[in-house]
Design a protein around this ligand. Structure first.
Ligand code: PBG
Length: 334
């Protein structure tokens, strides 16, 4: 029970805000480098760090440069890095075979990071969109994004990533039944320690725009993703999806996008108490960067405030393009 507060002036809530020391002592939530997962884009080639115009400060890196980035992240104390492949239109096919090719950029990057920076956890992206000619996360048959055949392909993709040494599989596809299928395939293949962080409550969001530029999907995507990603008007459905994915063997769950969906983060954490993550997506990042570049907001302070908001909403961690910048600030404060 909440104790009754004495009336003013016995209670003066400003007392707890009077100085840096008292504010530090009474602060309820804290942000730490341990809370950060850094999404990184991998491309073909060598020695390449190619800027992404709609995501100022973010690059597509060749495998050797991704390894350098992983080294930098580990040195900053960031516990995990999440790899997203960039593929040109010519590498995309209708059968999406590149997705489970052990030699695709993402799988090569996993192996290279595990060899050079073994202490950082490597998370992956499981979805067909970066290999699909039409930019969808599943196979398209007669205009329909088909579920069960897509899940079979996603399982192959998962196994290739686990073979390459991934620590955390990140299914972002929103097909039904994929978590159970992936979990049993991983168990059967002897990958019982490989974790699944399910993009369980993923909304059909316009905030993914800059990401689709980053992975080369903007030009490819035909139509929208509304038949598999969630309707932004829904809240209870997110809980059903999270419960379903946990029951199928997800170790951790994600809400995505982040800032516009903090209410969902809070409901998920309160309902299940499972390790809960939010993805502060490309559009959220781009808005903050763009306003900061114009001098309209203080970029650093908004970055830190936005990350703290996820902790306050109950998240255990955040996937954020700000991870290295935030880690540098947090380390400097110690
Ligand atoms: C696709 C995927 C998307 C993101 C992560 N994985 C985009 C989409 O669903 O179209 C978005 C990430 C971001 O916007 O930062 N499987």
């Amino acid at each position: 029970m909440r104790p009754t507060q004495a009336p003013f002036p016995a209670t003066r809530l400003r007392r707890a805000r009077q100085s840096t020391a008292i504010r530090a002592l009474t602060r309820q939530n804290t942000l730490s480098v341990d809370d950060l997962i850094w999404p990184v884009f991998v491309r073909a080639g060598e020695g390449i760090e190619e800027p992404i115009p709609s995501m100022p400060g973010v690059f597509r890196r060749s495998v050797d440069k991704v390894v350098e980035a992983a080294r930098e992240a580990a040195d900053l104390g960031i516990p995990a890095i999440c790899l997203f492949p960039y593929t040109g239109l010519q590498e995309r096919t209708e059968d999406c075979a590149g997705a489970w090719d052990p030699e695709n950029h993402a799988n090569r990057a996993i192996r290279a990071i595990k060899a050079a920076v073994p202490e950082i956890a490597v998370m992956t992206d499981v979805a067909l969109d970066t290999y699909n000619i039409n930019g969808h996360d599943g196979f398209v048959e007669n205009g329909e994004i088909v579920n069960d055949r897509s899940v079979e392909a996603l399982v192959k993709m998962t196994l290739a990533q686990a073979e390459a040494g991934a620590d955390i599989i990140g299914p972002s596809d929103m097909m039904d039944g994929r978590i159970g299928a992936m979990r049993s395939a991983l168990e059967d293949a002897g990958h019982q320690n490989v974790m699944i962080l399910s993009y369980a409550a993923k909304y059909a969001s316009a905030f993914y725009g800059p990401f689709r530029d980053a992975v080369g999907a903007s030009g490819a995507l035909t139509g929208d993703k509304k038949t598999y990603q969630m309707d932004p008007g829904n809240s209870d459905e997110a809980l059903r999806l999270i419960e379903r994915d946990l029951s199928e063997g997800a170790d951790m769950v994600m809400v995505k996008p982040g800032m516009p969906y903090l209410d969902i983060c809070r409901r998920v954490k309160d309902s299940f108490g499972a390790p809960t993550y939010a993805y502060q997506v490309s559009g959220e990042f781009a808005m903050i960067q763009a306003a900061a570049e114009h001098g309209w907001i203080d970029g650093e302070r908004v970055m830190m405030e936005s990350l703290m908001a996820f902790k306050r909403a109950g998240c255990d961690g955040i996937l954020t393009y700000f991870a290295p910048a935030a880690a540098r600030l947090l380390n400097a404060r110690r």
